[in-house]
Design a protein around this ligand. Structure first.
Ligand code: CA2
Length: 142
């Protein structure tokens, strides 16, 4: 059975609480359920992780080495700042998809910079929760 790790960065645990016009109305718990159900329907397994701490995200990515077939990552604000998360993703050499709920290229200029983009197998932005499910399908097709 293929295993997919989904990694979510800071504040995504607050989904559904504020800014529904940018991030949608769904809660974080609903996102996790959709991801798990989607993977299971395709005969795969998804492990979902969220942290507000950069080092904890680096640790989780390192632990994925040899244990997962693909990673779906939304580093949230760390997308635009973290060389450490980008390095960890490169180090484990597991194919990964960069996902963002919003269209980061259509927002503030600082959101156009992504440290994880260059080594990503695919980038999906502005598709809301569906972006995570499309990312899983892409990774399972590899
Ligand atoms: O669009 C995305 O998925 C982002 O990765 C979300 C990050 C943002 O910093 C990135 O530029 C784009 C922020 C997630 C914050 O989530 C919230 C949830 C509820 C209320 C407020 C923010």
């Amino acid at each position: 059975m293929k295993r997919i790790l989904v990694v979510n960065g800071p504040n995504l645990n607050l989904l559904g609480i504020r800014e529904p016009e940018i991030y949608g109305k769904g809660t974080y718990a609903e996102l996790v359920k959709q991801i798990r159900d989607h993977a299971a329907a395709r005969g795969a397994e998804a492990a979902v992780f969220q942290s507000n701490h950069e080092g904890a995200i680096v640790d989780r990515i390192q632990e994925a080495y040899g244990a997962f077939d693909g990673i779906v990552v939304n580093p949230a604000a760390y997308t635009h700042t973290s060389v450490a998360i980008a390095d960890a993703l490169k180090a484990v050499a597991i194919p990964y998809v960069e996902v963002h709920l919003s269209d980061i290229d259509a927002r503030e200029p600082f959101r156009k910079i992504s440290y994880v983009a260059s080594a990503a197998a695919k980038r999906i932005t502005g598709r809301g929760f569906a972006g995570y499910l499309e990312a899983i399908d892409f990774l399972l097709s590899l």
